[in-house]
Design a protein around this ligand. Structure first.
Ligand code: BGC
Length: 503
């Protein structure tokens, strides 16, 4: 049972609870319910954040290499992922950490430009293939299953030079890359993830430009990107489904991240606003895959606002009927990355936003409360109850679907070995998850912690550490040192319980 085979079903009934204030959460007690049989635990990383070796053994340059080398000031501590945790040379140490913790599976990503240095074409890198083959073998030898992400934001720069995710050809390029990986590594992979967090790729990469490749095209480029990401995912999933699944028996899906959006008050307007925001954030990518086409509120808002803003047509590019059918149903389960929560209120008396962007197209206000505890990353407030709420919302929205948590975790600045805050975070977040499973009947079958080791946290550089193992980024040997949280996570896996004892 579980993510690697058939679904696990929990019998429970519960209604969605109404909007809540903070008080209700103050007295929350960590559950002593057990993780059900078949529930599995993993840890996650991504190529650019851990591998290093950015330009050796024939690896091609990718957009994060280029972005950070050209604009070093974009990273808080001016660091780079050039060496990062040096997992390219120290992957055996990573596997040793995982073995020590006792995880069931490892979620990691393949660097596209390590396999196809130019992004497209016939040239593949044997050294790149060798690296991942060694990693797969090491994992297998240690009894650790694999969940492999094809794309965790590191587009080969050669493709970005041709427009990257804004060029419709990306759909073909991505399929060719996916085919190469399925063919080369299919025998080693238990679960494939086509794309990680399309929201970050499109809104930070081609909307506000905060992340690589740093293209600023709010309200226009970000939607083109989204359309291409969805078509690329669907193409890669369908190819897998037809050509590889029958032989390999593995599974395949897309990872979509979402915060929880809580109505600021009980008013109908705020409830509507929170739902609209969820549709713009999660629904934008999930609705086409799980239900078909963009969410209605997106189609409506963007069309109306575009007209009032003086555009000729809607800034949201439509899918053809054929494309809607092509994208719909391209999943094996719903994969969620979740970290934080926002409050949402309606904007009264606004005919249309003057600023053009995906963010303003949702037509609502969102904010985080000052009273919520903050992690090292600014946007990142610790709100465990939001996790339970989004899980219940997913079930209410997409039906009784299998859900896998593909990322969840918390940052700090120091990488302290006595990371009680991370233990508290895991405990509280997973407790709300268990409640959603038992009381809400939400079918969660696996939980993946981000991350096993400290790594390069994008524009936070090494200022934000999320590992269960400390890595000193100035030590050339990059030793991995266990933090307290690794022992706690290990105890959850062996006892299947968040507390000292369970029911
Ligand atoms: C990303 C990770 C990142 C994590 C913590 C997720 O959005 O997939 O790459 O490290 O958040 O910020």
């Amino acid at each position: 049972m579980g993510i690697f085979s058939t679904s696990l079903v929990l019998l429970a009934v519960a209604a969605l609870s109404a909007a809540d204030g903070d008080d209700e959460f103050a007295n929350y007690t960590i559950t002593d319910r057990k993780f059900p049989d078949g529930f599995t635990f993993g840890v996650a990383t991504a190529a650019y954040q851990i591998e290093g070796a950015w330009n050796i053994d024939g690896k091609g340059e990718q957009v994060w290499d280029t972005f950070i080398h050209e604009r070093p000031e974009r990273v808080d501590d001016l660091s780079t992922g050039d060496v990062a945790s040096d997992s390219y040379h120290r992957y055996e140490d990573d596997v040793r950490c995982m073995k020590e913790v006792g995880v069931d599976y490892y979620r990691f990503s393949i660097a596209w430009s390590r396999i196809i240095p130019d992004g497209s074409g016939d040239k593949v890198s044997n050294e790149g293939i060798e690296y991942y083959t060694k990693l797969f073998k090491e994992l297998k030898a240690n009894g650790i299953k694999t969940m492999v992400t094809l794309y965790h934001w590191d587009l080969p720069t050669a493709l970005e030079k041709q427009g990257g995710w804004l060029n419709p050809k990306i759909v073909e390029w991505f399929q060719q890359y996916a085919l190469t990986c399925y063919t080369l590594f299919g025998e080693y992979v238990d679960v494939w993830v086509t794309i990680n967090e399309p929201k970050q790729i499109c809104h930070t990469g081609y909307g506000n430009g905060a992340y690589a490749p740093g293209v600023v095209s709010p309200g226009v480029g970000e939607y083109m990107c989204a359309r291409h990401v969805l078509l690329a995912h669907a193409g890669a999933w369908r190819m897998f489904d037809e050509q590889f699944r029958p032989r390999l028996g593995s599974r395949n899906t897309i990872v979509i991240d979402s915060d929880w959006y809580e109505p600021a008050t009980e008013s109908e307007a705020d409830r509507r606003a929170a739902e609209d925001k969820l549709q713009f954030v999660h629904g934008m990518y999930a609705h086409p895959v799980f239900k078909g086409d963009w969410p209605q509120v997106m189609t409506d808002n963007v069309a109306t606002f575009s007209r009032l803003q003086g555009f000729k047509g809607s800034r949201l590019p439509a899918f053809t009927r054929q494309e809607v059918d092509f994208v719909r149903g391209t999943y094996d389960f719903l994969a969620l990355n979740h970290y934080t929560t926002y409050m949402v209120s309606a904007i009264e008396g606004q005919e249309y936003p003057t600023e053009v962007s995906w963010d303003t197209d949702s037509g609502v206000n969102s904010y985080q409360k000052d009273t919520w505890q903050t992690a090292a990353i600014g946007w990142f407030k610790i709100v465990p109850w939001g996790f339970g709420k989004i899980l219940r919302w997913l079930k209410a929205t997409y039906g009784d679907i299998e859900i896998v948590i593909t990322e969840n975790g918390v940052s700090d600045r120091t990488g302290t070995l006595r990371d009680q805050h991370r233990i508290d975070y895991f405990k509280a977040y997973m407790s709300h998850m268990l409640d959603a499973m038992y009381d809400g009947g939400v079918n969660v079958t696996a939980y993946t912690a981000w991350s096993i080791i400290d790594n390069f946290e994008w524009t936070q550089g090494f200022n934000a550490k999320l590992g269960m193992y400390y890595v000193n980024m100035s030590d050339p040997l990059r030793p991995r040192i266990a933090k307290d949280s690794s022992k706690y996570f290990s105890s959850i896996i062996s006892t299947r319980c968040l507390l000292d004892s369970c029911q």
